[in-house]
Structures are given as C-alpha cells and as structure tokens.
Design a protein around this ligand. Structure first.
Ligand code: EPU
Length: 338
C-alpha cells in the first residue's frame, strides 16, 4: 500500500502530526523489491519506520517512509535443545512475547511490553530487566536496499552492542530487516537478577514464564508511561558508558550514584539518576516534559512539536554536562530538520 502526503501521527509514539511525502507499507519481499526499483528510479531518500517507538520527527519527511508490515510467527525447529521460532518484521513485538510465554518457552519474557515491531528488535538490540535481544536472536534476514538481494546475518554478524547493532551503525539504512529467528528455551532458565524482579515474581507465586512476564508488566506499569495515553519513546537517552576511573571519581563526589560495572575498565551510569539530580524530573517546557516517575523518559503532554522536544532534550544534556561532565547521547533517532 502506497499513500502520498500521509500523516505519520499513528506511526510515532510521540503522537506528532508530521507528513511523509510518500508512505509505503510493505508486506512481502516482492513488495519491498518493487519499492526499491521505484526509489532507485526517482532517487528519493527513504526512511525505514517500524512501530515508530524510537523516533522523533521534527518536520515533514520529504521522501519515502517504508513501513515493514510482514506478518507471521512460526516454529521453525524443535530438534535441538532450543526451539527456533521466526517472526516477520511487522509482528508486534509483545505479541511474540505473549505467544512464546503461552507455549511455556523462555528467553524473551523479561522483554515483555516493550512497544515496537519485530523488525526493530535486532536493529536496536532492545533490552530490559537484565535481558537483551542479542541473547536470543539466532539470525536476521534482511533485504539490501540498493539491489533487493536477501542476506542472512548470523548472531555474531549483527555485532550487537548496548542498544546497537551493525544495522544501526555500519549498515545504517542499507538493509531492511524482513524476518528474525529467535532461539528460545523450552525449560525454565530465568533471569531475575534485576532490581525488584525476583521479589515481584515470588509475590506472583514463583518463576514461570507467565509470572515473569506479569512481574515485568507490573514493574513497567509503575514507572513507564503508556504511549497510547501519554506520547513518549521510552528512554530518550542511553545510559552513558564511561571510563571506570572517571566513574570512581564521580562516586566520591556523589556517593549515592548507582554505578554498574561494564567490564574492561568501563562503567555504566543511570542517565535517569543524573537527570533527576539536575532537577528535571516532572518538569515541563510547554507541552514537552520529563516524566514524573522516570526522568529518562521525555513525554508529549499533547501539543509539543518535535523541535520543542529536541530543545528540552538539549537543555537536559547541557545541565547534565555542566554538573557531571557527562555528555548524554540520545537513544531516540531524530528524523527531519532541526
Ligand atoms: N533512576 C533515578 N531516577 C529516575 C530514573 C532512574 O534515580 O528518574 C535510577 C533508579 O533508581 C535506578 C537506576 O536509575 O537506580 C536505573 O533505573 P531503571 O531501572 O528504571 O532503568 P534505566 O537504566 O533508567 C533501562 C533501560 C530501559 C529499561 C530499564 C529496565 C536504557 C536507556 N533504558 O532504564 O529501557 O526498561 O533499564 O531494564 O538502557 C528503553 O530503552 O526505552 C527503556 C525503557
């Protein structure tokens, strides 16, 4: 389906009403190839937009927005000790988690209720509550956006990092993910080390895939705003990873600052803590604001523009840099003119 001059309001979780010169929802590899031919002929810029849960539009987009809508969840292989399941790029991520949990499979229950589509999962290496997609992605099928050829990327070839992968760095915008294969486990091997997760699982009656999923849903609901109610894109910034020596010096000045060891002389600091300490939690600049329960989340109270959200994020960056000497990096991708 191709539409001209279409609003992207329904396709971005900040709920911003900008327009795409052309909007193409593609349901198969053949449709993607047709679109590639068209794009190559007219030389238009393009942007691949999944659920729009990690983007911030700041203006209309004068090119083609490609929305992968490839459906389908399949069990592919049960012969080994893991179950290999595949999902099309257009599948709602949480439907896949629900599907997996309903069958008693383990591996993605900690990633419950993360908004977005399967296609974005390896690109962004989504993560929450001590788990990351990189631990369960077996391989990724993607189409080359220049010539339409298909390529399978094994896990190691995806070069996963914290909220990152080859698709976000070296091959940015060069491949469109069509299908992802996941390695799930039929037996319980739960990851309950994060914060209050284990206590919540125990309160629900002990570790089962369904209880872990419910515990994560409960914890998320207490902190993270529902984008259907209050526009947001989850964490606006990444948690900064810095030299552990610098982290040690900061810890001397701010003894209550949480520090997570990242190995090899690196430490990760919670950006939410840094932002809260700069006094931003719950503050607003017009209709753009910092969420009152999680300072890492910027929200749209209704009429904020993309630019106003960027301006707020710049103010936050400035104050965190002035106070802690740390430069925050956005997790959200800004699309359009600034
Ligand atoms: N904190 C504060 N104030 C705040 C927010 C957090 O002091 O306003 C402190 C907390 O008390 C805690 C620490 O910061 O000590 C970490 O907070 P939290 O557990 O809420 O997680 P986070 O590091 O802020 C990350 C992910 C989230 C994910 C949670 C849970 C990133 C950028 N964000 O947030 O992912 O849900 O962990 O695992 O890594 C997302 O990517 O969009 C996202 C929501």
């Amino acid at each position: 389906m191709i539409c001209r001059n279409r609003s992207v309001k329904e396709y971005n979780s900040f709920g911003l009403d900008y327009r795409a010169g052309m909007f193409a929802s593609v349901e198969s590899v053949d449709e993607i190839r047709e679109l590639i031919d068209m794009k190559n002929e007219c030389g238009s810029p393009y942007f691949i937009l999944g659920g729009g849960n990690n983007v911030l539009f700041t203006s209309d987009y004068d090119g083609i927005i490609i929305h992968p809508a490839i459906p389908g969840i399949e069990v592919e292989d049960t012969s080994g000790e893991n179950v290999v399941a595949s999902a099309g790029a257009g599948v709602e991520w949480d439907s896949l988690v629900e599907w997996s949990v309903a069958r008693g499979f383990c591996g993605i229950e900690n990633l419950s209720h993360i908004p977005g589509r399967v296609g974005a999962v390896p690109v962004q290496n989504i993560g929450a509550y001590g788990s990351e997609a990189s631990e369960v992605v077996d391989s990724v099928v993607a189409v080359n956006m220049d010539d339409g050829s298909e390529r399978v990327f094994k896990n190691a070839e995806c070069r996963f990092g914290y909220r990152s992968s080859i698709f976000k760095r070296e091959l940015k915008n060069r491949y469109l993910v069509t299908k992802v294969f996941f390695r799930l486990s039929p037996g319980g091997n739960f990851n309950l080390g994060y914060g209050s997760l284990e206590a919540e699982v125990n309160r629900l009656g002990g570790a089962t895939p369904a209880n872990v999923r419910q515990a994560v849903i409960n914890i998320r609901a207490g902190k993270l705003p529902d984008p259907a109610v209050l526009g947001n894109a989850g964490s606006f910034f990444k948690n900064p990873v810095i030299d552990s020596h610098k982290a040690g010096l900061l810890k001397e000045r701010f003894p209550d600052m949480p520090v997570y060891i990242e190995g090899e002389g690196l430490a990760k600091l919670p950006a939410g803590w840094l932002i809260e300490r700069c006094g931003w939690k719950g503050r607003r600049m017009g209709d753009a604001g910092v969420h009152e329960k999680q300072a890492l989340v910027i929200v749209n109270y209704g009429k904020a523009t993309g630019r106003q959200i960027v301006e707020l994020s710049e103010e936050i960056k400035r104050s965190v840099c002035d106070r802690f000497g740390i430069l925050l990096e956005p997790e959200v991708e800004v699309v359009g003119a600034i």
